[in-house]
Design a binder for this molecule. Structure first.
Ligand SMILES: Cc1ncc(COP(=O)(O)O)c(C=O)c1O
Length: 383
């Protein structure tokens, strides 16, 4: 796909051509495990579907184009992508991570990679001096989400990448771009080395698939990740690749509407007497509001908030909304509500990353804005 197209065009076309056999305009779901060879080692580019599958190839090319990267890799889940990326870190090397991450990512470092001799520490990445101090000679990976899950902190990708790269030629910067998506923010252009996604979220966009992705520029890093993808084998099936490809086509329009709805909901919450604090990068009182304006096309669809009534009130609101379904995950067309401390981030309990028990996180969907506000208003009134 030629480079000059805009993201909206790439989301629909990149990596995809009409099927040469039939003219089908949509990429077929190549539901096959293997490929017949003309002779030993003489094949059409595919040998076995863990190694490669044409539907996955189309998705990987599309993801790479959207992130402005050279290479895309698709995985069976966001965690599979993060796991594969963390395997670039050898025993005795160090991961410096932002101090607010998805609970599963914390668990992977704390309960899996630690046992393999990988060192890690967490740092407040809104503080660049703290990042500088946190870097060590053996730091192999600087890892951040931005905006973070669930506190929605915004980290300066360009500044942090600069610090990481001046630390050591071996220090790589990885960004989990799940909350922002490439429509809002393109970390590779800001200096990061690797972008990771849970495609389960906004990229798939319809709460009907679990998947992950990594996008890189560097050929050596790509080669190693590609090797690991095949060697470890956490690959998505063709149907799941197709679902993400289909979701990507509407990513730009969905993200604009998610943000439009989220801003209206955030403003409503900020004015509500039962609400103690609203965290949304699109509100002027968010501590990194200016950075978010610089770094992101819009502030996205995720909001966290706290109530004066504490945990009891939070539990009541989460149970009483009707349109905001009480469920884990985010980034789908429908609105969701959850309490991270008890749900998505339960694995951080007792750690320095533990989330306030009464923090409520909502993923603002594409329903009518007034209906969403009415739903939250009713639940807050009853709380
Ligand atoms: C920011 C972030 N990264 C990664 C993941 C893990 O993705 P998956 O659930 O697809 O494995 C999640 C899941 O919620 C997430 O929110």
């Amino acid at each position: 796909m030629t480079d000059h197209y805009h993201l909206e065009t790439l989301a629909i076309h990149a990596g995809q051509q009409p099927d040469p056999a039939t003219g089908a305009i949509m990429t077929p779901i190549y539901q096959t495990s293997t490929y017949v060879q003309d002779g030993v080692g003489r094949h059409k580019g595919y040998e076995y579907s863990r190694t490669g599958n044409p539907t996955r190839t189309a998705l990987e090319a599309c993801l790479a184009a959207l992130e402005g990267g050279q290479h895309g890799l698709a995985f069976a889940s966001g965690m599979a992508a993060i796991d594969t990326l963390f395997r670039l870190v050898a025993a005795g090397e160090h991961v410096l991570a932002g101090n607010d991450v998805y609970g599963g990512t914390f668990r992977l470092l704390d309960k899996v990679f630690k046992d393999y001799g990988v060192e890690y520490s967490f740092v407040e990445m809104t503080d660049l001096e703290a990042v500088k101090k946190g870097l060590k000679p053996n730091t192999r990976l600087v890892w951040m989400e931005t905006p973070t899950n669930p506190r929605l902190k915004v980290f300066d990708i360009r500044a942090i990448s600069g610090l990481a790269h001046s630390n050591s030629p071996r220090t790589l910067v990885g960004v989990d771009n799940t909350f922002a998506t490439p429509y809002l923010q393109r970390p590779l252009e800001l200096g990061a080395d690797i972008v990771v996604h849970s495609t389960t979220k906004y990229l798939g966009g319809h709460s009907d698939v679990v998947g992950g992705a990594a996008i890189v520029n560097d050929a050596t890093v790509h080669e190693r990740l590609r090797f690991l993808q095949n060697a470890v084998g956490a690959v998505p099936g063709p149907m799941d690749c197709w679902l993400v490809l289909r979701g990507l086509k509407t990513l730009p329009v969905r993200m604009d509407r998610h943000a439009e709805n989220a801003l209206a909901v955030a403003q409503f919450l900020a004015d509500h007497p039962a609400v103690k604090e609203v965290i949304y990068p699109g509100l002027p009182d968010h501590p990194q509001h200016e950075l978010a304006k610089r770094q992101m096309r819009n502030p996205g669809g995720m909001i966290s908030f706290l109530l004066h009534g504490g945990l009891e009130a939070a539990n009541r609101v989460a149970a009483r909304t009707k349109l905001f379904a009480l469920a884990e995950s985010l980034g789908g067309i429908e609105s969701l509500i959850e309490l991270p401390a008890a749900m998505t981030h339960a694995s951080t309990a007792g750690s320095p990353l533990a989330v306030d028990a009464d923090l409520i996180r909502i993923s603002v969907g594409l329903e009518n804005q007034e209906d969403l506000i009415e739903d939250l208003g009713r639940a807050l009134w009853e709380s």
